[in-house]
Design a protein around this ligand. Structure first.
Ligand code: G3I
Length: 322
C-alpha cells in the first residue's frame, strides 16, 4: 500500500513523539508512514532547563538519537514559549542584563548541542495575544523588550549557520488581527537582516473551519515573502461543539474531507516554500485536545488501536491530488 511519506514527495510528513513512545507499534507506524518528527513537549525549556544552570537532556537526547538512528527529519519545538518557561526563569531575580545573558546562553547551548541533528527550530512560539496585535506580556517581553524575538533568532543563527529558523503560532488562518501582527513582525526581521527561514501555522482546526480560502490566503503571505511554510501541529476536531459521544461515519467523512483539503493546499504550494506538514499526534486517544477541551474527540489519523481512519485516507488523497 502507498504510505504517507511516499505521497508527500517533496516535503516532510511529520508526527509528534514522546521519549517513552519510540518503540513497539509507535515505532512501526512512524517508520512506515512518516519522514519527520517533533517532540510534543520534551524539547521545550521547562523540560531541558528545569533549574538555573542545570540542564536535563535525558528525554531530548532520546528523541534526537531516535531521529538520527532512524533517519527522521527532526523539527525542534520550541526554544522560547511562554507556556513552557521554567518557574526559575519566570521569577528570574537577576538584572535584565543577566536575564539576556541567560537566555542567549540557553539558546546557544541547545541549538549548539543539536547542530546537524535538528533541521529546524521554532525559535519563538505564540508571541502575540489572540485577537490583537499586542505582544504577550511574557517574561521575555518584559525583560528584553519588543526586540526579544529578533535577539532570539540572531542567537540561534550564531549557534548554527544551517538550521532553519521558524516563527510559530496558532489561529493564523482565522484571526486576521494576530496574522497581521505576525507578518508585520516577520517583515521587520527581514528588513533588519535577521535570518528567518519560515513560519509555522499550528493548524489546530475543526472539520468545519477555517475555510479553504482563508488557509490559502494566509499561506500565501508566507510564500510571497519567500519563506517556508510549516503546517506544524495539524489536528482536526470532529466534535468541536461537544455534541457527540462517538465518531459517527458522517462526521468521520467530513473530517476526512477537511484533512484532504488541507493536505491538498499544502501540496499545492511552490516546492521551494514547502518544508513539512506535521500532524499533532499519532492516535486519537492520545491527543492533547481531549484534556484541553475536556470532552470526547477523534482528531487524528489513527484510532486508539493504531488503525487507519477515514482521516488517514483524506491526507493520502489530498497529497496525491494534482
Ligand atoms: O507524561 C508526563 C507524566 O509522566 C508526568 O507525570 C506529568 C506531570 O509532570 O507530565 C506528563 O507530561 C505532560 C505531557 O503534556 C503529557 O503529554 C506535561 O506535563 C505537559 O506539559 C505536556 O503538555 C504539552 C503542552 O504542549 C505543554 O508543553 C502537550 O503534550 C502538548 O500537546 C502541547 O503542545 C502545544 C504546542 O507545544 C504548542 N501549540 C499548542 C499545543 C497544544 O497546547
Amino acid at each position: 500500500d502507498l504510505v504517507l511519506k511516499d505521497a508527500a514527495s517533496d516535503f516532510f510528513i511529520g508526527t509528534i513523539v514522546q521519549a517513552n513512545r519510540l518503540t513497539g507499534q509507535y515505532d512501526v507506524v512512524m517508520q512506515r508512514e512518516f519522514s519527520s518528527i517533533t517532540a510534543e513537549y520534551q524539547m521545550k525549556m521547562d523540560i531541558m532547563y528545569p533549574n538555573q544552570g542545570v540542564y536535563d537532556w535525558t528525554a531530548s537526547d532520546a528523541i534526537v538519537n531516535y531521529a538520527v538512528d532512524n533517519g527522521f527529519n527532526l523539527h525542534g519545538h520550541a526554544l522560547i514559549w511562554h507556556n513552557a518557561t521554567p518557574e526559575w526563569v519566570r521569577n528570574f531575580s537577576g538584572s535584565d542584563t543577566e536575564f539576556e545573558a541567560m537566555v542567549k546562553d540557553y539558546i546557544k547551548t541547545v541549538v549548539g548541542r543539536y547542530k546537524g541533528k535538528v533541521t529546524s527550530w521554532d525559535v519563538v512560539n505564540e508571541a502575540f495575544n489572540d485577537g490583537s496585535g499586542s505582544y504577550r506580556n511574557s517574561v521575555f517581553y518584559q525583560r528584553l523588550g519588543e526586540d526579544y524575538i529578533s535577539k532570539c533568532f540572531q542567537w540561534a543563527r550564531e549557534a548554527d549557520q544551517d538550521v532553519l529558523l521558524f516563527y510559530n503560532d496558532y489561529n493564523m488562518c482565522n484571526d486576521q488581527t494576530k496574522q497581521n501582527a505576525v507578518f508585520s513582525m516577520i517583515d521587520e526581521l527581514i528588513s533588519d537582516g535577521v535570518s528567518v527561514n519560515g513560519v509555522g501555522f499550528q493548524m489546530h482546526i475543526s472539520y468545519n473551519g477555517p475555510a479553504k480560502e482563508n488557509i490559502m490566503a494566509a499561506s500565501n503571505r508566507i510564500v510571497e515573502r519567500g519563506l517556508k511554510v510549516h503546517f506544524a501541529e495539524l489536528d482536526i476536531r470532529a466534535n468541536p461543539d461537544n455534541n457527540m459521544s462517538e465518531l459517527t461515519s458522517v462526521r468521520a467523512l467530513a473530517q476526512k474531507e477537511k484533512y484532504k483539503e488541507v493536505a491538498a493546499i499544502y501540496n499545492s504550494l511552490p516546492a521551494s516554500n514547502k518544508y513539512a506538514l506535521t500532524i499533532w499526534g499519532l492516535k486519537d486517544d492520545e491527543s492533547w485536545l481531549l484534556d484541553f477541551y475536556g470532552h470526547q474527540d477523534w482528531p487524528l489519523l489513527f484510532d486508539m488501536h493504531f488503525n487507519k481512519k477515514d482521516a488517514y485516507y483524506g491526507v493520502l488523497e489530498g497529497l496525491l491530488q494534482k
